[in-house]
Design a protein. Sequence first.
Lengths: 185, 138
Amino acid sequence: MDYILQPWPWYISGPCIAIVMFLLLYFGRTFGMSSNLRTLCAMSGAGKKVEFFKFDWKSQRWNLVVVLGAIVGGFIAHHYLSNPIDIDLSKNTINDLNSLGFNDAGKSLLPPELFSWENVFTLKGIAILITGGLLVGFGTRYAGGCTSGHAITGLSSLQLPSLIAVVGFFLGGLFMIHFIYPILF
Amino acid sequence: MGKYIKFFLVGLFFGIVLVKSEAVSWYRIFEMFKFQSFHMYGIIGTAVVSGILLLLISKRLKVKTIEGEHLKVPLKAKGLFRYIIGGTIFGLGWALCGACPGPMYILVGTGVFSMVIVIAAALLGTFIYGLLKDKLPH
């Protein structure tokens, strides 16, 4: 039990994610989390206005069930399977975060500077979350997948488009952290 | 209802793994893009290597899906622009809010309800893509 309550090392976690991908393929489906965003748009009636959302979203219900399971899994893991300990970030990361104004690096999963309600309801706070979400929603559909569809499934099946997409993920991420964060924070 | 239970359980396992591995943490994503820890690279790297092996083995053993078909991965369409531009746009957002689409939902489960704002914005972003799709280079 103690092994479960501690944070899991990367060499356990990575293969577990591959098992998730494999199980979904074995069930005749595929591993892709961002597709659910399109399904949810279609469910909300976006298909009446836009062709892209005119598809049989009911055939994608299984993936929404995966999402439901993931939410419950997050709840269980956080509340019942975790000792309250700090994330073991590298010293350099903690120093860099401190100098950007993030003072509690690793004390919770997410920085209160961005996700606590009092900061969410500042102009800057809400602008960051909405911009981030817009970029993720637009970018994943444009690229036809996210970390699960391209980085895990696409690379595991040695597909060139996915490699190009993952290069894009890193170009964007590196640019954000190294050039835009110093302006924002 | 019964046929959905297995998908719920896979999702449950996925949620637990991503929380326990700390891959849902904004801090871990920041650290990854700063190249200051091997942790996230270890997770993605071992996931891909295990994925390659699982797919090779299942091909060799001619594993069938539960529906009796050959197990196969859907092929991504050929293209360049959509992958590099779309990927870069996603990467910018991923680093900004520290969550990709899987962790967004999982984090709501851990009690981070402000993540609902990010999810709502992501839905809007997806809708905007749908609107502009035919005007974008793919």
